[in-house]
Design a protein around this ligand. Structure first.
Ligand SMILES: Cc1cc2nc3c(=O)[nH]c(=O)nc-3n(C[C@H](O)[C@H](O)[C@H](O)COP(=O)(O)OP(=O)(O)OC[C@H]3O[C@@H](n4cnc5c(N)ncnc54)[C@H](O)[C@@H]3O)c2cc1C
Length: 196
């Protein structure tokens, strides 16, 4: 299923030397800091027993592009910082929206969908022409509207999001985002994300 929604997930920043920082914070608890870096699965062993607070010391910032339906779900994750392109101050003049791949499995759905999008944007432009501000005209725009958001999460919250959202129970588009987050974090911090 991956890639069908065409979400864009890019890592913008990450705590430098994150795994060393996490391990030395964990080792402080036992006063064994001189052993930092000597046991490859040390962090995973702590995570297995639920000793997780030390992974909160590292965080990562991502730029994510997808539908407003998807970001509405993403921002429910509260232990985070978010900055999202505003529909109040930025005009959504381009008809730029996500078309779910599931439409193709239902006779006639693709046409119905694109027709509805075209009407929504036509109404948007007409409302702007009437002199309404984008913050009011946007009420006619659909959930599918493309948006961009910058998200900062600590590693504990990132693990939580991946666990909840990279499963078949999740909305397919946010699942695609979670799978990308998982792949990036497995590569950048394998000792913390190896089990996911
Ligand atoms: C498959 C699926 C279906 C969903 N369906 C719906 C739905 O129909 N309607 C709906 O409204 N939402 C729905 N949600 C959203 C869900 O209820 C959560 O709001 C969302 O997953 C955010 O995650 P979270 O609450 O675990 O915590 P986050 O905000 O990510 O916080 C991480 C953890 O911190 C702790 N925490 C954070 N804030 C508090 C707090 N105030 N009190 C105590 N502990 C806290 C909790 O342990 C929490 O798990 C759905 C989520 C999923 C994955």
């Amino acid at each position: 299923m991956s890639d069908e929604y065409g979400v864009d997930v890019r890592l913008l920043a990450i705590t430098p030397d994150a795994e060393r920082l996490i391990e030395s914070a964990g080792r402080l608890c036992w006063n064994t800091q001189e052993k930092t870096g000597t046991v490859p699965d040390r962090i995973q062993a702590w995570l297995e027993i639920g000793h997780e607070s030390m992974i909160e010391h590292a965080c990562a910032t991502f730029s994510i592009r997808g539908s407003r339906a998807m970001t509405h779900e993403l921002v429910r994750h509260r232990l985070a910082s978010y900055s999202q392109r505003s529909q109040r101050y930025v005009r959504e003049s381009d008809e730029s929206y996500v078309a779910p791949p599931e439409l193709a499995g239902c006779d006639g759905a693709v046409d119905v969908y694109h027709h509805a999008m075209s009407h929504a944007w036509q109404a948007y432009r007409e409302l702007l022409k009437c002199g309404l501000k984008p913050e009011i005209a946007r009420y006619v725009l659909p959930n599918s509207c493309y948006t961009e958001i910058i998200c900062t999460w600590n590693f504990r919250e990132l693990r939580h999001i991946i666990r909840l959202r990279a499963t078949p129970r999740a909305l397919p588009e946010i699942r695609e985002v979670a799978l990308r987050l998982r792949d990036i974090m497995k590569e950048r911090a394998p000792q913390v994300f190896a089990d996911l």
